[in-house]
Design a protein around this ligand. Structure first.
Ligand code: MN
Length: 131
C-alpha cells in the first residue's frame, strides 16, 4: 500500500479536531494532532508532515507565533502551512502571509469542501519522499 500523506492539525477546540481528523482519515490521510502551539511545533519537527493546518486562535502562543516558529526550522520552511481562521480573522491576510502561511480556510469549515481545499495546498509530488 502506498504511504499515506501525513497532515498535522494544530487546533485547541476538541470538537473541531475531531471533525477535521475524521474527514481527513475518511479520505485516506494520516492525521497527527496537537492542542496547542508548543506541542504542535514539537510534533511537526518529529513527524515532518506533508501539510500543516494551524488554528490562529490558540491559547498562549497564537497561530502567527507558531507559524513563525515553524518557518525558522529549515526542515519545515517549505511545508505548506494553512491557517484555519474564524470569519473575524479572515481579513487579516497581510499579517498571515508575513507570518509564513500559504493559504486560509475559514471557520466554520464546510465538510463537503474541506478535503478538496486541503488537497489544493499539498505539493503535487514529493520528489524525495521521507525528506
Ligand atoms: Mn482555537
Amino acid at each position: 500500500m502506498p504511504r499515506k500523506t501525513k497532515i498535522l492539525l494544530i487546533e485547541d477546540h476538541e470538537p473541531n479536531r475531531y471533525l477535521l481528523t475524521f474527514l481527513l482519515e475518511k479520505n485516506g490521510f494520516e492525521v497527527v494532532a496537537a492542542p496547542d502551539g508548543p506541542a504542535g511545533i514539537a510534533l511537526a519537527a518529529r513527524e515532518k508532515p506533508a501539510l500543516i493546518l494551524l488554528d490562529i486562535q490558540l491559547p498562549g502562543m497564537d497561530g502567527h507565533a507558531v507559524a513563525r516558529a515553524l518557518r525558522r526550522d529549515p526542515t519545515l520552511a517549505h511545508t505548506p502551512l494553512v491557517a484555519v481562521t474564524s470569519y473575524a480573522m479572515a481579513g487579516d491576510q497581510a499579517r498571515a502571509v508575513e507570518a509564513g502561511f500559504d493559504g486560509y480556510l475559514e471557520k466554520p469549515i464546510d465538510p463537503d469542501l474541506f478535503v478538496e481545499q486541503v488537497r489544493c495546498h499539498l505539493r503535487p509530488l514529493d520528489p524525495e519522499p521521507g525528506r
